[in-house]
Design a protein around this ligand. Structure first.
Ligand code: CTP
Ligand code: MG
Length: 248
């Protein structure tokens, strides 16, 4: 009988956040008194079936060790690379000898602190029996414009069938390793795991995720992420107090 596939998580957190532009990398910026990376890790650690989380950190990182999540027995670190996919490849290398080809690896950006554990569970449930894997994504809602160099509309791009890729993205360990290796050999730059897997000729499954799973990319995203987290906290307080209220 085949052994049950296990689930590992990888969090690339070695970026410099150049577009965000703060003094400290954006993964350590505080939202409601807690660093972005803590929020992102918290959503993954809330899911019991995640066996271990490998966090890829930049060489000079002195902050990670001070996060409470650094003391979680399921959390480990590895060295990041010069590009996101190299950070992910290093984390996969750190799992060599432990993860089997058929095990799952869920990759989640450190810069997505608003991830909800319910979305993690939804992704796991949708992919459980999938031979390839897939990703959380959102159907494009806005009208899309292709821009010309002068900043005017070149044309309108039909949005039917177009999705925005989010994270987590979840693939079999063996498939993901092969995909990233081929990608490096071909010297292609990819911004997500799915595009590397697509280059193997495989077709990752799109799983509709929550619209509030935003990535902190530009300075304005900080306020948006804080508002999303505050709304989530307030609504759970509200739910708790509603539960506590005596029935009349
Ligand atoms: N990342 C990483 N290693 C890199 C580059 C990026 O681990 N060499 C991580 C980032 O820390 C982030 C995630 O990949 O959690 C998504 O990347 P992105 O949003 O592009 O973050 P940065 O690369 O830090 O930002 P920028 O591109 O603006 O510099
Ligand atoms: Mg980047």
């Amino acid at each position: 009988m085949p052994r049950r596939a296990r689930l590992f998580a990888v969090v690339p957190a070695a970026g410099r956040g150049e577009r965000f532009g703060s003094r400290q990398p954006k993964q350590y910026v505080e939202l409601l008194g807690r660093p972005v990376l803590s929020w992102s890790l918290g959503a993954l650690l809330a899911v019991r079936s995640v066996r271990a989380v490998i966090v890829a950190l930049s060489g000079g990182d002195r902050r990670f060790a001070r996060l409470p999540e650094a003391r979680d027995p399921r959390v480990r670190t590895c060295k990041g690379g010069a590009r996101r996919e190299l950070s992910v490849a290093n984390a996969l290398e750190a799992l060599r000898g432990e993860a089997r080809d058929e095990d799952w690896v869920m990759v989640h950006d450190a810069a997505r602190p608003c991830l909800q554990p319910s979305d993690v569970r939804r992704l796991i449930a949708a992919l459980r029996d999938d031979p390839v894997g897939g990703l959380l994504a959102l159907p494009v809602g806005d009208t899309l414009k292709a821009a010309a160099a002068d900043g005017r509309c070149e044309r309108t791009v039909p949005r039917e069938g177009l999705w925005r890729a989010l994270t987590p993205q979840m693939f079999r360990y063996g498939v993901l390793r092969r995909a990233l290796k081929l990608n490096l050999e071909r010297e292609r730059t990819v911004t997500d795991e799915a595009s590397a897997v697509e280059a193997l000729g495989m077709r990752p499954r799109l799983v509709a995720g929550r619209t509030d799973n935003i990535k902190i990319t530009l300075p304005g995203d900080r306020g948006l992420a804080a508002a999303i987290l505050r709304a989530g906290r307030d609504s759970s307080d509200e739910n708790r107090s509603r539960l506590r209220r005596p029935r009349i």
